[in-house]
Design a protein around this ligand. Structure first.
Ligand code: IMP
Length: 428
């Protein structure tokens, strides 16, 4: 048996979709374990670009069973649209499994996400406004509705009634928004239930049996380590655990069943939304990352913030996730630079040097990057298919990243296409 967890090392958008798509066909199951439709990636199918936000990309391979774990929050309207979009391309979604315990994003969660961001003003988190935070808040407050509630109209009604007692007050009295009617929501969601019911299943036993019988399971993380609610740059984080431990909690599989943890990191860094970002660039180099790397969000279309690779962050992610392997994506974007910088430490406001992520939020906010410079390669590397085919400078760069992280770089992406990848060490 082999459980392999994939996590983002930085603030999301590391190219996890490409690597998942590349590896998915080797696995029997591909499972999302946290987040919702705040994530997103593009897959190319028969020349058409398809955007997936909720359905794991394993859906593209008929032999793979895609699953959505209990740690996820699901907007049923979005999920159904995605299922319809896939079916319109003749991609069957019959195999899709959804945990009975995954939570539902309700219409009021989306209203509250937007309203709370507006109220925060300049302190806004910069959320995707998909209702993610309010759905996880209701989960923790034990006012959430789960996929299994769709299977019983009277239980669903009872739970919506309980949730709306307070939520309608908040919507009306705090934010001046329209309240919701129990009847309307129940009617709407019972229509969703008709479509989703065949997919809803107790997922944990299915995955455990699969692993026990020697099958391979891929746990597909969304977002990234620094967006983790416990280990990220709180409060500028998402509301779930995108780190490796989240794979266990978010699917009901024990840690002893995870054989490898693959961290995905760009050869530079981007971030969307607010919060600290020590290597962020505001100059022409930053524009080069945006232009050459096409750094605009898949989910929201927002222009990303960009900066040099930060080895301090990778070392932190290696620890938090117990990384066994690294994948470095978008190495080709660095071909644009004559000199390449790597952040190896930070200096705080008092001039003290830190080689680890500072524990205190304001120290991280004020961290100034200390760079090491390496000679760039300045040639097109998109045709390289082996490590040896990379220019010496690119090989040296990768070797330095491995040394700083203490983790081997097993995969290198040199372009957007599936074939534009160098695999140095297989995962199963
Ligand atoms: P939320 O997940 O919509 O609540 O947003 C919280 C923070 O996480 C914001 O800074 C978002 O921009 C960020 N975020 C959420 N999902 C992603 C993602 O898939 N990629 C990058 N950033 C994300």
């Amino acid at each position: 048996m082999a459980g392999v967890v994939l996590v983002g090392v930085q603030w999301g958008d590391e190219g996890k979709g490409k690597i998942t798509d590349l590896l998915a066909s080797q696995f029997d199951y591909v499972v999302r374990f946290q987040g919702g439709n705040n994530a997103g990636h593009t897959v190319i199918y028969k020349g058409t670009k398809l955007q997936l936000h909720l359905v794991p990309s394993g859906i593209m391979y008929p032999q793979v069973i895609p699953a959505i774990g209990n740690g996820c929050v699901i907007d049923p309207e979005v999920l159904i649209k995605e299922i319809e979009m896939l079916n319109a391309q003749d991609i069957s979604t019959d195999r899709l499994l959804i945990s009975t315990n995954a939570h539902l994003i309700m219409p009021y969660h989306k209203d509250l996400d937007g309203a709370s961001e507006r109220r925060l003003g300049t302190n806004e988190i910069g959320t995707t406004r998909r209702g993610i935070g309010p759905a996880y808040r209701d989960k923790a407050a034990r006012l959430g509705l789960r996929m299994q509630d769709l299977l019983d109209r009277s239980i669903f009604r009872e739970k919506v009634t309980a949730a709306l007692v307070e939520t309608n007050d908040v919507l009306e009295k705090i934010y001046g928004l329209d309240p919701y009617s129990v009847d309307d929501i129940t009617a709407e969601f019972m229509e969703y239930a008709k479509i989703l019911e065949p997919h809803i299943i107790e997922l944990s036993p299915v995955l455990n049996d699969a692993l026990d019988s020697g099958k391979n399971v891929f746990f597909e993380g969304a977002q990234g380590t620094l967006l983790d609610i416990d280990h990220g740059t709180y409060p500028f984080v998402t509301s779930s655990n995108p780190t490796a431990g989240g794979a266990c909690v978010g699917t009901g599989v024990g840690p002893t069943k995870v054989a490898r943890v693959l961290g995905i990191s760009k050869a530079y860094i981007t971030r969307v939304g607010s919060g600290p970002f020590p290597t962020e660039l505001f100059d022409a180099d930053g524009d080069t990352f945006i232009d050459v790397g096409h750094e605009y969000g898949t989910t929201t279309g927002r222009k990303r913030r960009a900066g040099w690779y930060d080895a301090v962050i990778t070392k932190y992610a290696a620890q938090i996730n117990g990384l066994t392997d690294l994948a470095i994506t978008k190495l080709d974007v660095l071909s644009a630079f004559p000199t390449i910088k790597i952040c190896v430490a930070y200096e705080d406001a008092r001039g003290v040097r830190h080689t680890t992520v500072p524990g205190h939020q304001s120290a991280f906010h004020h961290a100034k990057p200390i760079y090491e410079e390496m000679k760039g390669w300045n040639v097109d590397i998109t045709g390289a298919r082996t490590f040896e085919e990379l220019p010496q400078e690119a090989q040296d760069y990768i070797a330095r990243l491995e040394e700083l992280a203490g983790v081997p770089v097993s995969i290198i992406a040199v372009g957007p296409d599936r074939e534009q990848t160098i695999i140095r060490r297989s995962l199963i």
